[in-house]
Design a protein around this ligand. Sequence first.
Ligand code: PLP
Ligand code: COI
Length: 361
Amino acid sequence: MRAVSFAIEPNPSPVAVEERSARLVDPGFGRVFTDHMATMRWSEAQGWHDGRISARQPFQIDPASAVLHYAQEIFEGLKAYRLDDGALALFRPEANARRFQRSARRMAMPELPEELFLSSIRALVRTDADWVPAQDGGSLYLRPFLIASEVFLGVKPASEYLYVVLASSAGSYWKGGTRAVSLWVSHDYSRAAIGGTGEAKCGGNYAASLVAQQEAIRRGYDQVVFLDAAERRWIEELGGMNIFFVFADGTIRTPPLTGTILPGITRDSILQLLRDEGLRVEEAPYAIDDWRADAQSGRVTESFACGTAAVVTPIGQVAGPDYAFTVGSGATGQVTQRILDRLTAIQRGRAPDPHGWLQRI
Ligand code: PLP
Ligand code: COI
């Protein structure tokens, strides 16, 4: 195979140092972008080619590009962290590379080889290292995505694709920092159904979730939680996070990967950390009625949501059309705090990393 890599073309007019520092003070999530992006193309004739790290700027796209009509698009989300010794590190990036391949298969798109995924990320992070916020909780959020760029209106898998990686300086996902969030349980809208695309990280899943999230906000809640599409009974996940339940007897449960929820890398890491501690963990269905009854009786003491962007976020209040309940004290529980601390200590290189999750760049 031809060697494929990313040629570096430095941005001739990067953001000035003072302006960059100002943007990094309180970047929030998803609004501060770095000076560069990675791009690579795929075509049937040439395979993966034309890899570059170049100035982040708008690109031209033909209005008939397939992605604009049939949403053939997938994406990923992972973070680079600055360690105490100044080095930069990625957390389980090969897991994102493999999930990107699985998402591609589901959406009939070409699979990006793991090594190309990893080298695009490493090259971009090295190039834009100055954009990683220094403060605790700061990170560089990386957003690889793949779009169908063929100019054609027929419904078929495209024969040309564009791969892009953006980097975005990030602080807390939540305005005002991490706090217990409130959830609206959607009994009307589904996120995914058996045989659908729920376990793929494709843009369409998020488009389909927005009206439910909008309803949650309109009713005064922070986030929506989805139930399964068939019985409208089993708790699945939030719009962009997996969910865990902590029981008074020490058991911890999360919904199983039945094809309709995203196999979160944070979810997987938390399961592993809990098993390492010898705790009883279950990947088992949990019904909304049981959550409500168990929270009210004290059988469930804590619940939390998790994901790359939101890390570990306690769940305080939950409501549906004719019910409302508080989980535990309504604030961050002890187990939730411990998991958040353990996970972030590994991500920051401040705790032993027995599974080799952290990859220095
Ligand atoms: N569920 C959904 C729908 C998501 O978008 C995400 C975020 O990527 C997650 C769960 C958590 O996945 P991860 O921990 O890999 O970020
Ligand atoms: C992530 O956690 O990386 C996500 O993709 C969640 C959200 C920002 C879509």
